[in-house]
Design a protein around this ligand. Structure first.
Ligand SMILES: [Zn+2]
Length: 430
């Protein structure tokens, strides 16, 4: 099912013309309204007139997460506050640098992207779609909700809760589609299997997004639920879920290229890589109003391919996102910067300068294990150590959203020398 054939199946030449027109307008808009980006262009001796189409994209400077953080708040929103219709955050709205804003038009375009994604999974107006994402303050819940509403489906906005209860609700309401994180859907799939509900369900497809997952997890979800599980990609800064999604052939995620101009970058040389090579995903938002971005480095790694898909869509596809290049970790669907972990632990007076954080998958759930040193002049009693561990656990869980397993390094001298990096993170899920 193709939601918007005139866009999703347009010829590559037509698409390039369309993108070029948007890009020229965008560069002018950014130059006039966004100080941090104007400065970047001026530093390179550039003016908006230097950009005549997508062939000039490579002349433009990149935007990074750090640019947004340093320009926040007034510097990133291009429109006056009264035109911002909604804010979302990848945090609990406590880290202002992670807040993004949308105009009414942005929300409308975002709904279009999600509607296209839902249609790729062959779900539509006759379906009952259960949204198993947190609704606030993250973008996933409402993003999925508005897309499902756009296709005319009946929506069950259940959020996340007691998994067993949700499985029963699916049966009761004849749910045909689910949108949720792969971790959560896998948990649900286990419950469905345990309770023998599979044959009684009306499920047709599930869409998984908002965190990295593996083919192995996909297989398990598909086997246990008996339907296809579609990979869906998005990033708060770009718009949220719906930037790209798999079609029924499940050979890469189609990017909504009339909204997002895509490049793959060699992270060492910063050169744009030829098609088919793996590198950092870089996006330019072609139609965003509230928070437009030019050549935004996502820190996500994948490859892009342009050949026409069997489904008839001409939009390019990206492979599964395999790892983040920067220090942003996804833990149970939540984005956590390594610096946040560092800040939480540094705030505790007894924690020494270095610690190791290891993230694993255990029974399909993300588990965070921390090994750290303590600084104390005298030997500590077991009670004192336990109290420290409890304090560290509390500080860290408020940041990462799950309760970590924390221990002290076995030898007093610790796990690292003083010259080592303060935080070592090992992500064993990749
Ligand atoms: Zn396709």
């Amino acid at each position: 099912m193709i939601w918007n054939k005139s866009r999703e199946c347009m010829s590559r030449d037509e698409l390039a013309n369309l993108q070029g027109g948007y890009l020229v307008k965008l560069v002018k808009y950014m130059y006039q309204n966004v100080a941090y980006y104007r400065k970047k262009m001026q530093k390179l001796g550039m003016e908006p007139g230097d950009i005549c189409g997508i062939e000039d994209l490579g002349k433009l400077p990149f935007t990074t997460k750090e640019d947004l953080i340093s320009a926040y708040p007034s510097g990133i929103f291009v429109v006056p506050q009264k035109r911002i219709a909604r804010y979302h955050s990848s945090d609990n709205l406590t880290g202002p640098d992670r807040i993004v804003g949308y105009t009414k038009k942005d929300i409308d375009n975002w709904s279009e992207c999600v509607a296209r994604s839902i249609s790729m999974a062959n779900l539509g107006k006759k379906d009952v779609i259960q949204i198993m994402y947190n609704y606030a303050p993250f973008s996933e819940g409402l993003g999925a909700h508005y897309g499902a509403e756009r296709v005319g489906a009946a929506i069950v906005p259940s959020g996340i809760g007691r998994t067993s209860g949700l499985a029963a609700l699916m049966k009761k309401l004849h749910v045909t589609g689910i949108m949720g994180t792969p971790t959560y859907l896998l948990r649900l799939a286990h419950i469905v299997e345990e309770q023998g509900l599979k044959s009684g369900l009306n499920l047709k497809a599930v869409l998984c997004g908002a965190e990295p997952w593996t083919e192995n997890t996909r297989r398990k979800i598909q086997d246990k639920l008996g339907v296809k599980a579609y990979d869906m990609y998005g990033l708060n800064e770009l718009t949220g879920l719906g930037v790209a999604c798999e079609c029924e052939f499940q050979r890469g995620m189609h990017i909504q290229e009339d909204f997002f101009l895509t490049e793959i970058l060699d992270t060492h040389t910063l050169a744009v890589l030829p098609d088919g090579l793996k590198g950092e995903l870089v996006f330019t938002t072609l139609q965003k109003e509230g928070l437009p971005l030019i050549r935004y480095r996502t820190t996500h790694v994948t490859r892009i391919h342009y050949e026409k898909c069997e489904c008839g869509r001409t939009m390019a596809r990206i492979d599964r996102i395999c790892k983040a290049t920067s220090e942003l970790l996804m833990i149970c669907g939540k984005g956590v910067f390594i610096t946040q972990i560092e800040e939480a632990l540094v705030g505790l007076h007894f924690v020494a300068t270095s610690y190791m954080v290891c993230i694993k998958k255990e029974k399909e759930l993300d588990v965070v294990k921390v090994s750290m040193n303590y600084s104390a002049d005298k030997p500590l009693s077991t009670e004192e150590k336990d109290a420290m561990l409890q304090q560290a656990e509390k500080a860290l869980s408020s940041v990462i959203g799950v309760i970590p397993e924390i221990s002290f390094a076995k030898n007093k001298r610790g796990i690292f020398s003083d010259n080592d990096k303060k935080v070592v993170v090992i992500d064993e899920r990749m």
